[in-house]
Write a protein that binds this ligand. Structure first.
Ligand code: ZN
Ligand code: ZN
Length: 733
């Protein structure tokens, strides 16, 4: 059977006029039966596909009384069955022969009133279909039990957690405020808290940037703000960058609020997820701590969203709809009249710029608690090191000496190198050929422990060959250090020290991250080497030395955020030293000691960094002064990809010129004044990935909402250019 035919038979709801912005009215099952006349027999269903269309299906007799918008259904789609969301229930369809819905998955709608509005915003802003937006908001594998009330009603049924197995095992069936007088706040904390509480009391949308150096006590302020939201009868969501990597943060929430906290993360079972979802949507659970996707948690009467470490790139989702949790939080808080608190020691340039323009937008915690100073940082010029030493390894003489002293004193040290594996490049000693991935245009990384060459993009791996595959004469040499290489160097230098490595290779097994964390905490480990994983939120009082093996890994990327990333990472890493009684020391190795990001990180000077960075962004018309929208054309044949990208660029340029009202002005500046400039097509930074060639276009626009409808129209239907898929990435990182 021709799949496209059966799709037509299923029926386009409104051919040619997809309208994701229009909000379908959610109704209870009773409401549908009462208000619809003539009797509705047709459901309009949206699927998790890059298609700006919804489809009509006949509702079987037995389902007509109960089926309502916001429920998930299984329906035939082409040769297979798909899960979709019911947008509306209607009486008529222009399509004659409709297929029938096969099953209804939910006893009640999983999409409430507020979620409809948020899905609509997601779809408009991120240029995705309504089906993709809805599927992003509802976790896969969600199973609701029958008998509970509709999601949107907000009235908690009597018993929902009979066994007291709430997340964290606290056993409290609902969140009860805990007295907060027990915690002594510092003077700075006492000044920072009132503006946050006032924003909550106003019960209107507000956002506050809590700019606090590492170790300044931001978490205590989060806890107090959540406590206030609970006392108001409202709910709170706290987002943290990577839940598996920061067990101690979630511990503090559970300690304070007990079983009233749902800890939401990607590794939880479908059963636990469904149980917590029910508790949230019924109002029984009012505090959620989780990673990115917790921003969609179906809590009732939302009062507060906290985003800890708001600058972290993990808040951006890399699959469609490629949302940023911070942007979603802002949109959701606007809809709910809630307050947003963004916390960071190194705020994103976008957030600081936006907050600094509002009176009272920035609240500062300038000091570490208990009067502990920030550790002294030293920059080591690796160019000198390279010319002065005969044997050049990953560790400079100064860092080596500092490590030896730390080991002698029985203290702990952490070494950061943001590259996994042993050697970054495997190259033939005779002809110079570099071992590359067969599917991606990147070099393979040598992992000594596995004795394999690995592609870090597609995971292709193979053992290294005896002889070069090109000239069949030479042997491979391994250059460029990764964490494995540094680990083996430490073993060589300090044979009696206890050394551990923390990166994605050593933490792949469930629970292994926590074990490593405990081993460092209980001082079974003297020296810890790792990727940026170890820069995040770790609080080890015995760590007195932090070494950055190479500050240049991010700096060398062809990305306008290279300086910002470097500054963030160095600052976060420096913050790991000297958190206990003894002062800390930070050594930063670099080939670019004069770079302003490195100099500012050395001086713990965020505002100095920001001043330089914002000047550069303004001059080059980069975010936050414009939004970027990246369009990537994918395909297995490079000429076809290039042709499609050219075609798309032409269509888009014409559409932008036609649709955006040009300001009265002259020539080249007109499009810029109207708010949009299209750059490209140009090859992607990694021109080939997983066998697909990639060519991209970059749109710079002052307003995302002004240009995404134009992009959507040019790409419709199915987000394609000349038959090739196009990835739309709004505000790419
Ligand atoms: Zn060779
Ligand atoms: Zn690859």
């Amino acid at each position: 059977m021709d799949p496209s035919k059966s799709r037509v038979a299923a029926g386009d709801a409104e051919p040619g006029t997809p309208s994701p912005a229009r909000r379908p009215r959610p109704r209870t099952a009773d409401g549908v039966a009462a208000r619809q006349d003539p009797r509705p027999t047709i459901a309009e269903v949206a699927f998790n596909l890059p298609l700006d269309k919804s489809f009509h299906y006949l509702i079987p007799e037995a389902m007509r009384q109960t089926l309502a918008p916001g429920m998930r259904v299984a329906a035939p789609f082409g040769p297979r069955e798909r899960i979709g969301f019911v947008l509306k229930v209607v009486a008529e369809s222009p399509v004659k022969e409709l297929k029938e819905i096969r099953r209804v998955l939910d006893p009640r709608p999983v999409i409430g009133e507020e979620q409809w509005a948020l899905a609509s915003w997601l779809s408009t802003y991120y240029c995705c279909s309504m089906g993709e937006a809805l599927a992003t908001m509802v976790p896969g594998g969600l199973r609701l039990r029958a008998g509970a009330g509709p999601a949107a009603s907000g009235t908690p049924p009597a018993v929902l957690v009979p066994d007291g197995t709430a997340a964290g095992g606290g056993g409290l069936p609902s969140a009860s405020p805990v007295p907060t007088g027990v915690v002594m706040l510092t003077a700075h904390q006492r000044q920072a808290l009132p503006p946050i509480l006032e924003a909550l009391e106003a019960k209107r949308f507000a956002s506050i940037l809590l700019f606090g150096v590492t170790g300044s006590g931001k978490t205590e302020l989060y806890l107090q703000a959540i406590d206030r939201a609970l006392r108001q009868g409202r709910s709170a969501i706290c987002l943290i960058p990577e839940i598996a990597l920061t067990p101690q943060t979630t511990d503090r929430f559970v300690e304070r609020f007990g079983g009233g906290v749902a800890v939401w993360h990607s590794r939880m079972s479908a059963r636990a997820r469904s149980r917590d979802w029910m508790r949230m949507s019924d109002g029984a659970c009012r505090i959620v701590v989780g990673a990115r996707s917790a921003v969609f948690a179906p809590v009732q009467r939302l009062g507060l969203i906290i985003i800890d470490e708001e600058h972290e790139p993990t808040y951006k989702q890399e699959d469609a709809p490629r949302y940023h949790a911070r942007e979603v939080a802002m949109a959701r808080a606007r809809l709910a009249g809630a307050a947003v608190v963004l916390g960071s020691a190194t705020p994103s340039v976008e957030s600081y710029y936006a907050a600094a323009r509002r009176a009272g937008g920035v609240v500062t915690l300038p000091e570490r608690i208990a009067g502990r100073g920030l550790p002294a940082a030293e920059v080591i010029d690796m160019r000198e090191e390279m010319s002065s030493r005969r044997r050049f390894g990953p560790l400079s003489a100064r860092l080596e000496r500092a490590l030896a002293q730390t080991v002698e004193r029985g203290e702990q040290a952490m070494l950061l190198l943001n590259r996994r594996g042993f050697a970054r490049v495997a190259q033939c000693k005779t002809c110079g050929a570099v071992e590359r991935c067969a599917r991606c245009s990147v070099p393979l990384v040598y992992h000594a422990g596995r004795r394999e060459l690995v592609c870090h993009y597609c995971n292709f791996h193979e053992p290294p060959r005896e002889l070069c595959r090109q000239c069949r004469k030479g042997y491979l040499s391994f250059r460029g250090s990764g964490t494995e290489r540094v680990e083996s160097e430490l073993h060589r230098l300090f044979p009696v020290a206890s050394i551990a490595r923390m990166d994605r290779d050593t933490t792949a097994r469930r629970g292994s991250h926590r074990e490593l964390y405990e081993a460092v905490k209980t001082r079974q480990v003297n020296l810890l080497v790792g990727t940026q994983m170890i820069a995040k939120g770790f609080d080890f009082p015995q760590v007195t030395l932090v070494g950055v093996v190479s500050a240049d890994t991010a700096l060398n990327l062809p990305d306008f955020r290279a300086g910002e990333r470097t500054f963030d990472l160095l600052t976060q890493m420096a913050g790991r030293a000297g958190r206990g009684e003894r002062p800390g020391r930070v050594l930063i190795q670099t080939f670019c000691p004069g770079h302003y990001a490195i100099q500012a990180a050395k001086a713990h000077d965020y505002l100095g960094f920001y001043a330089q960075e914002i000047r550069m962004r303004r001059a080059l018309r980069l975010p936050p002064f414009v939004h970027l929208i990246e369009l990537t054309v994918l395909g297995s044949s490079l000429p076809r990809v290039e042709e499609a990208a050219q075609w798309l660029a032409g269509r888009l340029r014409r559409a932008l010129a036609r649709r955006l009202p040009a300001a009265p002005g002259k020539g080249a500046t007109r499009a810029a004044q109207a708010g949009a400039v299209l750059l490209g097509p140009a090859p992607h930074r990694i021109p080939r990935l997983r066998r697909a060639y990639r060519v991209h276009l970059l749109l710079k626009a002052r307003s995302v909402e002004a240009v995404t409808p134009i992009v959507r129209r040019v790409l419709a239907p199915g987000r394609k250019a000349k038959g090739l898929p196009v990835i739309v990435n709004v505000d790419p990182l």
